[in-house]
Design a protein around this ligand. Sequence first.
Ligand SMILES: Cc1cc2nc3c(=O)[nH]c(=O)nc-3n(C[C@H](O)[C@H](O)[C@H](O)COP(=O)(O)OP(=O)(O)OC[C@H]3O[C@@H](n4cnc5c(N)ncnc54)[C@H](O)[C@@H]3O)c2cc1C
Length: 446
Amino acid sequence: MANNGTNNGPSIAILGGGILGLSAAYCCLKQKLGNVVIYERDDDLGGLAGTFEVCGTKLEKYHHFICKSDKVVLNQMADFGLEKLVNWADCRMGLFVHNKPYSFTTPADLLHFDALEIISRLRLGAAMLSLKFKKDWKPLESVPAAAWLKKWAGKRSYEVVWSHLMKSKFDIYENKIPLSWLWARTNRRSGSKRRGSSLEHFGYVKGSFAVLIDEYVKRIRDMGGEILTGCAAKSVSRNKEGQFTVESESGERMHKAVISTIPLPSLLSVATFFTDGYKTRLSNIKYQTVLNMVVVLKRNLTDFFWLNIGDGTFPFPGIIEFSHLRDIEDFGGRSILYLPNYLPADHKLNQLSDDQLLDVYLQSLSKIVPDLEREWVDGAHVFRHPYADPYYTLDYSKLLPDHRSPYKRLFVFNTAQIYPITRNVSNSILFGQNAAALLKQDMGAK
Ligand SMILES: Cc1cc2nc3c(=O)[nH]c(=O)nc-3n(C[C@H](O)[C@H](O)[C@H](O)COP(=O)(O)OP(=O)(O)OC[C@H]3O[C@@H](n4cnc5c(N)ncnc54)[C@H](O)[C@@H]3O)c2cc1C
C-alpha cells in the first residue's frame, strides 16, 4: 500500500532498525511526516532486543524482562492489541556469596543474610531505603555510587554485596559510576514487588519481543515504509540545501531528514560533515561491550530467576535462569540460562572462543551447583555486541548531546541518551515517539 503522507519529496532516513528506529519510523508514518526508509546493518531487525530460534521458539539474544513501571512498552503492546501476550511471573532474586545462595529481595531476607554482621545488614537496609526515597536524581550524579555505598552502607557491606558486581559491570569505572545510576536502577524495580509477596514480579512477551518487532514491521510496510536489512549506512553527507545523502548497499539516496538511532561511535564513523567540535562532543561518551552466553540445560540449576554473584573469583556478575520467568514448556522443558557480561573491548574474556568460554563458565557454575555435569548442557549460544551500554560517569548529563544536532533535520536518539533511567525497551519506544515529534515540530507540520 502506498504511503499517503503529505510529502512526496525525499523521504526520512532512519539509521538503525532496533526498537527505537522501528518506533520512530512507525510514528513518522502514522503522523504522515513523509515516507520513511530504515537502514539496518544486520540481516534481522530488533538490534539489542533481537531474537534467535532455540528449542523451537524465539528468544531474545540478551535477557529481557518488563517491569510494571515500563508503561510505554505496555501501552504500545496494548495499542497493537498484543497485551494478552504480556505474561507476568513472580521471581526469586538471590545473591551468591561465601559459597552459598541467599534469597535477596525483601527486608526479611536482608535480616537473615548471615554473610554480614547484623550492624552491616541494618546499615545496608537503611542506605538502600534512603536512596529509594530520594526524589531528585540531579544532585546524585556528582556523587560516586561506590563511595556513597561505602560511607552509608559500610565498607563491609560494599565488599560482600557490591564490590564484585560493580567491578564486573564497570571495570575501571567502578569508582566513577554516579549514584544516579543506582537510584534509577532501584526506582525502575521498585514497582515490581507485589504487596505481601517476597518475590519480584516481572513480565515477558510470550513469543519474545519478536512479536512486537514483527508488528512494527507489518504496520510500517502497510503504510508504505521501506525497510532495508543487511544494508548498513556507509556514509551520510549533507549538501548546501541541507539535504542528506545516505550511501548504502542499495546505492545513494537523498533524504530530507535523518533520524540516527545507531550508537554514537557508529554515527561518527558514517557522518562525513561533522565539525571537529561536534565530533569531540559525541566521542566523550564511552561504551562497554556485552558478551552474553545463553546455555540450554536439561534441568534447572537453581531456584532463582536472578542470582547475583558477590564472589570475586567468578568471571561473570550474575546468572539469569529465564525459565523461572518464561514458561519452561515454551522451551520443551529445557531450562534457559543467560550469562551476561559487560566488558571493556580488550577484556581477556572477549578473546576466548565460544567453546573456551563455555568451559570457563561451567567451571564457575559448578561452584554453585557442585554436581553440574557437562552433559546437562543441550546447547550454548554466544552473542557479542560492541556498544551495549555507555559508561555512566560522574555528571553524565553534561556529556549528553542534544537530540537536535547542530544540523537542521538531523536528529540523534540512542540508548546512551536514556538517562538517568538506564536503557530499556520502553524508553527506546518513547525515544522513537519523541524523534517523530521533534521532526514534526521542525517541519512545521500540523
Ligand atoms: C544484555 C542486555 C540486557 C537487556 N535487558 C533488558 C531488559 O530486561 N528489559 C528492557 O526493557 N531492555 C533491556 N535491554 C535494553 C534494550 O535491549 C535496549 O534498550 C533496546 O533494544 C535498544 O534499542 P535501540 O533501537 O535504541 O538500539 P539498538 O538495539 O542498538 O539498535 C541500533 C540498530 O542500529 C543498527 N546499526 C548500527 N550501525 C548501523 C549502520 N551504520 N547502518 C545501519 N544500521 C546500523 C544495529 O545493527 C542495531 O540494529 C537490554 C540490553 C542488553 C544489551
